[in-house]
Design a protein around this ligand. Structure first.
Ligand code: PRP
Ligand code: URA
Length: 209
């Protein structure tokens, strides 16, 4: 069963509360999302393997640790996932970025794929799949399915807010994928929106409504 990590650091909680407010405009919303994504990346990458190397300081030669093994790829689910990329790249600037384009059909709530471009060596990388909202879980589950079809099996799902329904869907469809959230909310409303949530993340990020 995939693990659910709710990253409830006070800075993350404070910034998430600001994002939820109706009065927060697109500029501040974008800044806060990137800041939270950066803070989350700190925890999400906690288990990256290290190796020991020898270096020379101005004082002496010494053994010290650097990141070893698998490299990272950040894969935002378009559109709203784009809002988390820069924040994570601040911490891991050598990560490659892939894109998966999905939108949720407003009537069926089913995800529709319209774009997929991944790094050529994606299957050798640890993938951080990012999307601010995990609502029914349909979009994230489908995106994980696309990644697995392309032989990417080392995947972590990083979302800002999750609904219990979305968490359960990922745990059922992809029990090998751990989920990282800044907040686990109460439920979905009749339109598939997270309650209390923050509304439509893509529209709030890009000012399209
Ligand atoms: C939103 C959000 C997720 C999806 C979550 O995207 O960014 O991708 O809905 O809902 P689900 O868990 O029920 O699938 P949306 O479809 O609104 O597209 P957008 O990012 O282009 O606005
Ligand atoms: N997509 C969003 O952007 N917000 C929600 O609450 C649910 C799906």
């Amino acid at each position: 069963m995939s693990q659910v990590h709710v990253l409830d650091h006070p800075l993350i909680q404070h910034k998430l509360s600001l994002m939820r407010k109706t009065t927060t405009g697109p500029k501040e919303f974008r800044e806060l999302l990137n800041e939270i994504a950066m803070l989350m990346a700190f925890e999400v990458t906690r288990d990256l393997p290290l190796k020991t190397i020898e270096i020379e300081t101005p004082i002496c030669r010494t053994q010290t640790k650097v990141i070893a093994g698998k490299k990272l790829a950040i894969v935002p689910i378009l559109r709203a996932g784009l809002g988390m990329v820069d924040g994570i790249m601040n911490l891991v600037p050598t990560a490659k970025v892939g894109h998966i384009g999905l939108y949720r059909d407003p009537n069926t709530l089913e995800p529709v794929e319209y774009y997929c471009k991944l790094p050529s060596d994606a299957e050798e990388r640890e993938i951080l799949l990012v999307d601010p909202m995990l609502a029914t879980g349909g979009s994230s589950s489908a995106a994980i399915g696309f990644l697995k079809k392309r032989n990417c099996f080392n995947i972590k799902l990083v979302c800002l807010i999750g609904a219990p329904e979305g968490v359960a869907r990922i745990q059922k469809d992809h029990p090998d994928v751990d989920i990282f959230l800044a907040g686990l909310d109460d439920h979905l409303n009749d339109h598939g929106y997270i309650v209390p949530g923050l509304g439509d993340a893509g529209d709030r990020l890009f000012g399209t409504k």
